[in-house]
Structures are given as structure tokens and as C-alpha cells.
Design a binder for this molecule. Structure first.
Ligand code: KG4
Ligand code: ZN
Length: 361
């Protein structure tokens, strides 16, 4: 990340409020485009999900994902510009997900973003996908009478690729407090759903099924909660479910009961580690984001724990928990306001440590 200088070579000063920032998300199987302007909020957003394309393969096929991003990105860009009543020349910068994610899919978004920025002579900002998730609650207005979300806070980022507990001392200054040793939380949902014959994508399908299940029927382990530490491990839980399912009568009601038992175990485990992270840091706020952050039982459980135990909880709205362009536009806008932008060249990082990001001054 380098400093962006305007055409006169002057860095933007403190308090600088940039114009609208275009955000492009293409790290996996959702094409997201949005415009965000600091002081005005989200101006427009559009999302195209490739779920139907990958469903017959039971998972994301990287090459198909890249090709579909190519097809959808420019139409979505035209649509969001029209919705926001903007021309490309009204934009202040182009932000795009530079990683982590599927390399081909990332390259599509990066190439479009970089080309636009070059043609329009404006900065391009390569955003870390997980920073996008982490900042997504800032897309929401604070509840009446409440002050807006600000660091320090703990963030639980749970998606298809990550399960992270992050200490956020300042925006851009991140400490990984806990990580998964094997499957990510979303991956555990997806794999467990698959082994019980649920349709792709498994996480939401399993959560829907769990609503009708009996929480007392199956009790699965809360992995790694019986010892200190903030790391996760979910693959053993998946095996427990496999054994329970294999030995069961495989009736629809049993499947719902197992789904409920699995969901309870994941939610409980995540909540125990969130509490520990809050206690370890002394922070009083918890952000929950990423695809699994859309899980209603997880949200309700943590919100209730916060009310009871005195910590504040912040969630993005459901549609901004899963991948979207709005969070990338927002993160880009925050970095642009701090005078930061990426150097020239189309560079993506399929793996990228959140702790390596520069702090936002
Ligand atoms: O953040 P996201 O859209 O993509 C990644 O960056 O990975 O997260 C997708 C993950 C998938 O594993 C999906 O099954 C899971 O989030 N997910 C859910 C729910 N909605 C999405 N898991 C549990 N309950 C949900 N309601
Ligand atoms: Zn994501």
C-alpha cells in the first residue's frame, strides 16, 4: 500500500473526505459491485451469485468462477452507476479485492479495477477481503442513541475460507488472536451438509433444516473449549456428525435433529471463544461477520450473551455478511481517506496475512 498523491502531487490531508469509491468483489463465487462515499454512505450495490453455476459440481469450480466474473462484472458496474446516478468520471477511486481468494477470480476483478483506474487517472486500492468483512458493520447506521462502531474491538470472522478471532486496536492494526487448525466454520457447515445429502451451498441449507430439529436429541463436542486458547478445530465435529448420521435411521426428522445438534455445537464453540477473546483483550465490543455471521442462531446467541455479560455486539445486515462489493467499497474509501492506495501493476495475493496490512492513520 503506498501513498496516493493527487494530480498536483499533494498528499490528501487529515479530514479529507473523498468522493464516491467503486468497490469490486470477485474473490470466490459472488460478483459484487458497489459505490460508497464517506459522509454519504452506500450509494448503490449489486451482487450476482454463481451458486446455480457451481451447484451441479457440489462446490466452487475455480475456472468457471473466473469466466463468470468476466461475464458479469461490467453489466453490474453499469447497473450500479445508473442506480447511484453517477458517471465513471464522478468516481474518486476504484477499490477491488486483491486477496485472499481464488487467483483467477481475483485477477478478473483486479484487471477491471486497475484498467478503469488507469484510464480515469484515479487511485486503485487493493483491499484485503477479510478487512472488508471486518469493516462491514460500518455500513449500518448505529442504533438510535448508540455511538458508532469504533476500535478497539474483537472481530469474529467466520466464512467459507476463514475462522478468525481478530483484535482490532485501530483500523488496519490487526492481531490474529485465534485461527482454525483445520476446516473453517463455513467449510464445516458445507461439508457436514454435504455428507447428510443436503443441496449446495450447504451452510444456509443446514441452518434452515436445523430450525425444525430438537436441540436435545444429539449433543456433539465443543472442540478445543476444554483447554485454554483461542484457536478452533472443526474437522472432528464433522466426523462425529458423519458417525451419528451413518448409525441413524436417516429419517428426515433425525437429519433435522443432527443438523440442530451440529449448529448448537458450532455456535456454542464460537461464543465461548469470543468471550475468551473479549476477556483476554479487555475490549467491550464484538464484531461478527463473514458468511457464517449470517447464521441467525449465532447472531441471537451472541447478542443475548452481550446483553447478559455487558459487551456490545455489531453485525452487518444479513446480505453484507456474505461476500459483497459494498464492504470492499467501504474499506477502499477508508484507506483512500487516509491517503493510501496500491502501487501500479495488477497484483493479487491468494494468501495474505491480515496482520501485514498498514494501519490507517
Ligand atoms: O463470506 P462468504 O460469503 O465467502 C467466503 O469468503 O468464504 O462465506 C460463505 C460461507 C459458506 O461456507 C456458507 O455455507 C456459509 O458462509 N454460510 C452460512 C450461512 N450463510 C452462509 N453458514 C451457516 N449459516 C448460515 N445462515
Ligand atoms: Zn468472504
Amino acid at each position: 500500500m503506498s501513498e496516493w498523491r493527487n494530480s498536483k502531487g499533494t498528499p490528501k490531508g487529515p479530514g479529507f473526505q473523498p468522493g464516491p469509491v467503486l468497490g469490486i468483489e470477485s474473490s470466490c463465487d459472488e460478483t459484487g459491485v458497489a459505490m460508497y462515499q464517506s459522509g454519504r454512505g452506500l450509494l448503490a450495490h449489486a451482487l450476482y451469485s454463481q451458486v446455480a453455476l457451481h451447484a451441479e459440481y457440489g462446490g466452487v469450480v475455480p475456472e468457471l468462477a473466473s469466466r463468470d466474473h468476466v461475464r458479469k462484472l461490467l453489466p453490474l458496474l453499469r447497473q450500479t452507476l445508473a442506480d447511484a446516478n453517477l458517471k465513471v468520471s464522478d468516481l474518486a477511486a476504484v477499490a477491488y479485492t486483491a486477496g485472499p481468494g481464488l487467483v483467477g477470480a481475483l485477477l478478473v476483478g483486479a484487471a477491471v479495477a486497475r484498467s478503469l483506474a488507469w484510464a480515469l487517472e484515479m487511485p486503485a486500492i487493493g483491499v484485503h477481503h477479510m478487512e472488508g468483512h471486518l469493516l462491514a458493520p460500518l455500513l449500518e447506521d448505529p442504533a438510535p442513541g448508540e455511538d458508532p462502531l469504533a476500535p478497539p474491538f474483537v472481530a469474529l470472522l467466520v466464512s467459507g475460507g476463514h475462522s478468525l478471532l481478530v483484535g482490532v486496536e485501530k483500523i488496519g492494526h490487526y492481531a490474529i488472536l485465534g485461527d482454525t487448525l483445520d476446516d473453517a466454520a463455513g467449510e464445516a457447515f458445507d461439508k457436514t451438509a454435504k455428507l447428510m445429502g443436503l443441496p449446495y451451498p450447504g451452510g444456509p441449507a443446514l441452518a434452515r433444516l436445523a430450525e425444525t430439529g430438537n436441540p436435545e436429541a444429539f449433543r456433539f463436542a465443543r472442540p478445543m473449549t476444554d483447554r485454554p486458547g483461542l484457536d478452533f478445530s472443526f474437522s472432528g465435529l464433522k466426523t462425529q456428525v458423519l458417525l451419528a448420521w451413518r448409525d441413524s435411521d436417516r429419517a428426515d426428522a433425525t437429519r433435522a435433529d443432527i443438523a440442530r445438534g451440529f449448529e448448537e455445537a458450532i455456535v456454542d464453540t464460537l461464543a465461548i471463544k469470543c468471550r475468551r477473546a473479549l476477556a483476554a483483550t479487555g475490549y467491550g465490543r464484538l464484531v461478527v461477520s463473514g458468511g457464517v455471521g449470517a447464521n441467525r442462531r449465532l447472531r441471537a446467541h451472541l447478542a443475548e450473551a452481550g446483553r447478559r455479560e455487558g459487551f456490545r455486539t455489531h453485525f452487518p445486515r444479513l446480505q453484507f455478511c456474505t461476500d459483497n462489493g459494498a464492504m470492499i467499497a467501504l474499506a477502499g474509501s477508508i484507506r483512500l481517506a487516509a491517503g493510501q492506495a496500491s502501487g501500479p501493476g495488477i497484483k493479487v495475493l491468494p494468501r495474505w496475512n491480515l496482520e501485514a496490512l498498514p494501519e490507517v492513520a
